[in-house]
Design a protein around this ligand. Structure first.
Ligand SMILES: Cc1cc2nc3c(=O)[nH]c(=O)nc-3n(C[C@H](O)[C@H](O)[C@H](O)COP(=O)(O)OP(=O)(O)OC[C@H]3O[C@@H](n4cnc5c(N)ncnc54)[C@H](O)[C@@H]3O)c2cc1C
Length: 450
């Protein structure tokens, strides 16, 4: 073991004083005892050892885009920016190995020289790869799983300093647990992804009556490669987005730069942010703004490389709750949300977002073992999310909903044990790999137990 990580010569510990930390949604804060930025697995091992000796916990933080306290570091905060970038490419198998701290937005550029792409993405690309997979981050597409389903192998540094390669063939007893590991099992240092040949997406964005979209939900998911819709509470119109996969060498017709900037930055982020800020103080503005927003939804079509279509820019801060429900339950869930919002006269300036994913077999994936629909609700970050989210959680729960690990919810370990058939197996792996809870924090205690 090398011990060249002393960042602070006066204290001889491999971490520096840490500034106060706050997540993207301003829903979590932390005052870590120190922050370490290891540049190698050996340096990382030294940090874990020193933290253990000092009786401090360790928590890697990605881009801080989780709304829950999953990334809150009470002890030593790990910045894995030094463990990022492309490590290896197996062109024959279309597999790439990346440092765990690589940001999703960096990956298309790293894969482009090899003509490869990630098969599916969520709706932003600011997260780190390790952070995204650790919470089960997903996009949409009834035939596609979340980002963690793209993993074929990881390297995991455990609490006792062992570096494990885990895949379906190596250390297979940990395989079902590590892909969506909640940061509870160790520190991921490298992640190998199964990629696909670079591809383009033809996107059609179109307004459609909400009632019709709900009636056609199963069919729209079945025929489209990637279908999703947004709906502003209090309105009857949904904004649908249907993406069709095309070969990577088709002629591209991206959204023209100026109109894209007007639609996506000025209207969708700038003007929208101003409306949300006014709506937070004057509730009466919200229904008017929502009706206006749903009328402004224009039809547009474009074709671009996949990552440019999947990911959008989000600059208006919000808090989010998202539950995974059996796919066929989505229309009932959305209708019940609509009724609840009307009955309580909630003025919600953010849309409900609805997506789909294929069933997978990762133990704590929200799509584990069932074809899944995702229903996400949002609240402007300066507004109290609790009344809305509490009432919505009751609806999601009544349909067997599983909360996104990185998005706000009020469930505990006992509730979650009933929702995941392999929950007990995951807890056993955690007990084995982190018996002294080096990687624990209050959120993990809430969702996994002490
Ligand atoms: C604007 C916005 C849009 C979003 N869109 C989507 C979406 O489309 N789909 C979706 O599913 N989610 C979405 N999310 C949620 C987001 O993808 C997840 O919360 C994701 O975990 C954030 O990644 P991060 O890099 O910020 O990780 P963080 O939030 O910083 O950390 C998440 C977890 O990963 C752990 N972790 C980080 N690095 C490592 C490592 N090397 N080893 C082990 N554990 C590690 C952390 O300890 C923590 O437990 C969105 C969030 C925001 C704010």
């Amino acid at each position: 073991m090398t011990n060249d990580t002393t960042a602070d010569a006066t204290t001889s510990v491999p971490w520096r004083p840490a500034p106060a930390w706050r997540n993207w949604g301003h829903s979590q804060t932390a005052r870590p005892r120190g922050v370490a930025r290891p540049a190698s697995e050996d340096e990382l091992r030294a940090v874990l050892g020193s933290a253990r000796d000092a009786g401090l916990g360790v928590k890697p933080v990605g881009a801080g885009h989780s709304f829950t306290g999953i990334a809150v570091a009470p002890g030593v905060q790990l910045d894995l920016g030094g463990l990022s970038g492309l490590r290896a490419v197996d062109t024959a198998a279309a597999q790439v190995t990346l440092g765990a701290g690589t940001h999703l937005f960096e990956i298309p550029g790293l894969l482009a020289p090899y003509g490869l792409a990630m098969p599916n993405l969520g709706d932003i690309d600011r997260q780190t790869l390790a952070g995204a997979v650790s919470t089960g981050t997903h996009g949409t597409g009834a035939g596609f799983g979340g980002i963690a389903t793209q993993i074929v192998r990881v390297r995991l540094l455990t609490a006792d300093g062992r570096l494990l390669t885990v895949s379906a063939d190596e250390n297979p007893r940990y395989w079902g647990a590590v892909q969506v590991g909640l940061g509870a099992l160790g520190v991921l240092t490298e992640i190998t992804l199964q990629c696909v040949p670079q591809f383009a997406l033809h996107a059609v964005e179109a307004p459609s009556p909400l009632a019709q979209v709900l009636d056609e939900w199963d069919e729209r998911c079945a025929v489209a490669d990637h279908f999703e819709f947004y709906w502003f509470p209090g309105t009857e119109i949904a904004s649908t987005k249907t993406n069709t996969r095309l070969p990577g060498d088709v002629p591209l017709s991206p959204v023209p730069r100026l109109s894209g900037w007007v639609d996506d930055e000025l209207l969708a982020n700038g003007l929208y942010g101003a409306i949300c800020a006014v709506g937070a103080r004057a509730r009466g503005v919200v229904p008017v703004a929502n009706r206006l927003a749903s009328r402004l939804m224009a039809r547009r079509e474009y074709t671009d490389l996949s990552h440019r279509v999947f990911a959008t820019s989000r600059t208006v801060r919000f808090r989010e709750m998202e539950f995974a429900v059996p796919r066929e339950a989505v229309p009932s869930v959305v209708r019940e949300l609509d009724a609840m919002i009307r009955a309580r006269d909630l003025r919600v300036s953010f849309p409900v977002e609805v997506r789909a994913a294929a069933a997978d077999d990762l133990w704590l994936s929200t799509a584990s073992g069932r074809e899944t629909g995702y229903v996400a609700i949002h609240r402007y970050f300066r507004e109290d999310f609790r009344p809305y989210f509490t009432a919505a959680q009751d609806i999601f729960r009544a349909h067997g909903g599983r909360p996104h690990w990185g998005k706000l919810h009020f469930l505990g370990a006992d509730d979650l044990a009933e929702l995941y058939p392999r929950f007990g197996d995951f807890v056993r792996v955690r007990d084995e790999l982190d018996p002294d809870r080096l990687f624990a924090n209050p959120y993990l205690t809430q969702v996994l137990g002490a």
